[in-house]
Design a protein. Structure first.
Length: 581
């Protein structure tokens, strides 16, 4: 009897030992499969400083910028069960393309099975990707900005505000992102279109408004500020911007992540370049007299800080400096102009970076004054173009690089045969200085060469002067030739009265900006020469993405100021109508 009990006891011990081994094996398998996680927790995979500034002129792109995860567990090997990663289906394509999953990680379509999930974050989890979106409208839109409350009201179907009666346009990805961040929109508040149809749809049905990711910006869109913040501005603060959408990677903290690569943001301030293009500068006559009376930098008191904010500030100075230049008078009997060398202080205070010399009056005081002026620019380190010591010098483009963006400046004067109002000695020849005369075959060949070298070409004209808002056919033809040759931006430096715009293929054309510093206050019919533009062009990652129109109005013969909102709206309405928009 005792023997039988002893054998049963031994069998019970062996059974318990086998059960213990099975339990241990199951626990190990569970851990390997990440099936025993206590829940998804934030993984510290992304640096919270998503907009850290990188050194200027870096060659990396923002979308490829990545931060290595901070967890240090060994990566999965090919003998381990793969870790499952789920990417929210609405992720922007540019974000998705920059996600690198190493060996041992595979994508899954089932979020419930995933060990890691990347999705829009509406809980402000610490590890975040920041993806910047922009509120945009067709370029000929007068509204400059809205509040975040206006956008949220439109999202929820509000019947008032700037978007009343117009659904917000966006593609399916943007709808998914914003729905995840803000909740579902109201019925009829949103119109979803393929991304490549948004722009044409908006232009054909104005007023229209759209929300697009920053990487989708193109010059035919106008970027509207939200709560005063605009992603095309140098002083943009992402933390204060309602369309800065956060994405978080959440998952099991035990999952090894050291080999994962994720983007940080689609906007890096160190890859953005702004170029301020200006109209006529002629420090003569009443402008010069005002400078003598009120100070050499008086004309820049209101707009100087705006010009210095640009990475590259362009000045078209039509007048040569001369030590022999007489003291100015408010009026003159002839149009032979010069500027005192002391007036260079005005160009310094506005942050001049490149000088255009296509002007009709550049040779008024003779070769000696012209060469003296060129030496002044050289001594200051200011490159010049569109004019020079001889024809060869005048033809040379200025090549600049800023924050990884390569920009070339070219320009020409159409010459006395076309203008019939300038002396032919204004044009440079093989043996005397002056402006570069337009040669469209040579210009086209040079633009093609520069484009092959990945330069964006800004081309400026000194052309016929017209005192109309509309564009004369000869301007449309010649500006169009340069646009078709491949210039990125074509800008008219000859106009004292501002003209309208057009788009030709990928080129932005502004037929005339008006005066920057010149004494035509109350000179033109309807005081049209009192108003002018400064065009602020924006480049990012080697691509021209936007133009912001800055509108100015003269208060006297020397000093312009920024327009009031009411003045600006009236002026833009005139110019957009003159452009046929």
């Amino acid at each position: 009897m005792m023997q039988q009990l002893h054998e049963k006891f031994l069998r019970l011990i062996r059974l318990l030992d086998e059960m213990r081994q099975h339990i241990i094996a199951l626990l190990i398998a569970c851990l390997l499969l990440a099936g025993c996680s206590t829940g998804l927790q934030p993984s510290a995979l992304i640096s919270p400083t998503a907009n850290s500034t990188q050194p200027a002129n870096t060659t990396a792109t923002a979308r490829a910028t990545a931060v290595q995860p901070t967890l240090t567990q060994p990566p999965a090997t090919s003998t381990q069960t793969p870790y499952l990663v789920w990417l929210a289906p609405y992720l922007p394509e540019d974000m998705r393309s920059e996600i690198n999953l190493p060996q041992g990680y595979i994508l899954t379509n089932n979020s419930q099975d995933a060990n890691l999930k990347l999705e829009a974050d509406n809980q402000n989890l610490p590890p975040r990707i920041q993806w910047i979106y922009a509120l945009v409208a067709p370029f000929p839109t007068i509204t400059d900005g809205v509040s975040s409350d206006d956008i949220k009201a439109a999202w929820s179907g509000g019947a008032s505000g700037p978007f009343a009666g117009s659904p917000l346009l966006m593609d399916g990805s943007t709808l998914g992102v914003l729905s995840a961040a803000w909740g579902a929109p109201a019925d009829l508040a949103i119109r979803v279109l393929p991304g490549d149809q948004l722009l044409e749809t908006a232009w054909s049905d104005q007023p229209s408004w759209a929300i697009v990711p920053f990487e989708s910006l193109t010059p035919r869109w106008k970027v509207l500020a939200v709560d005063g913040q605009s992603p095309i501005h140098k002083d943009f603060e992402p933390a204060q911007y309602a369309l800065n959408i956060h994405f978080a990677l959440i998952g099991d903290v035990n999952v090894p992540t050291s080999d994962l690569t994720l983007p940080v943001s689609n906007r890096d301030a160190s890859h953005l370049t702004t170029v301020a293009m200006t109209g006529v500068t002629a420090m003569v006559r009443a402008t010069a007299f005002s400078m003598e009376m009120k100070g050499y930098t008086y004309p820049a008191e209101d707009i100087g800080p705006l010009l210095t904010q640009a990475d590259i500030t362009h000045i078209s100075n039509e007048i040569a400096f001369s030590p022999d230049c007489p003291y100015p008078t408010p009026t003159m009997d002839n149009l032979v102009f010069c500027s005192s060398p002391a007036y260079i202080e005005l160009l310094k205070v506005v942050g001049t970076d490149v000088v255009e010399l296509t002007g009709d009056h550049f040779m008024d005081y003779g070769a000696e004054a012209t060469l003296f002026t060129l030496q002044m620019y050289k001594d200051l380190g200011w490159p010049y173009y569109g004019g020079g010591a001889n024809a060869e010098d005048a033809r040379q483009p200025v090549l600049m690089e800023n924050n990884g963006n390569k920009i070339a400046f070219m320009g020409c004067n159409v010459g006395c045969e076309v203008k019939n109002s300038i002396p032919c000695d204004a044009i440079a020849t093989d043996d005397h200085p002056g402006a570069s005369q337009c040669d469209f075959d040579a210009i086209s060949a040079e633009i093609a060469t520069l484009r092959d070298q990945e330069y964006s070409v800004i081309f400026t004209f000194q052309h016929r002067e017209y005192y109309t808002y509309t564009t004369e056919p000869i301007l449309a033809n010649d500006f169009g030739l340069v646009a078709k040759a491949g210039a990125t931006i074509v800008s008219g430096s000859q106009a004292h009265q501002p003209h309208g715009f057009s788009f030709d293929g990928g080129a932005f054309i502004h037929y005339g900006l008006g005066n920057l510093f010149f004494d035509q206050y109350h000179y033109c019919a309807y005081n049209a020469c009192d108003d002018a533009f400064i065009d602020r062009h924006v480049f990012y990652d080697g691509r021209y993405i936007s133009t912001e129109l800055i509108t100015i109005r003269f208060v006297d013969f020397a000093k312009p100021r920024l327009m009031t909102p009411e003045e600006r709206a009236h002026f833009l309405d005139i110019i957009f109508n003159a452009s046929g928009w």
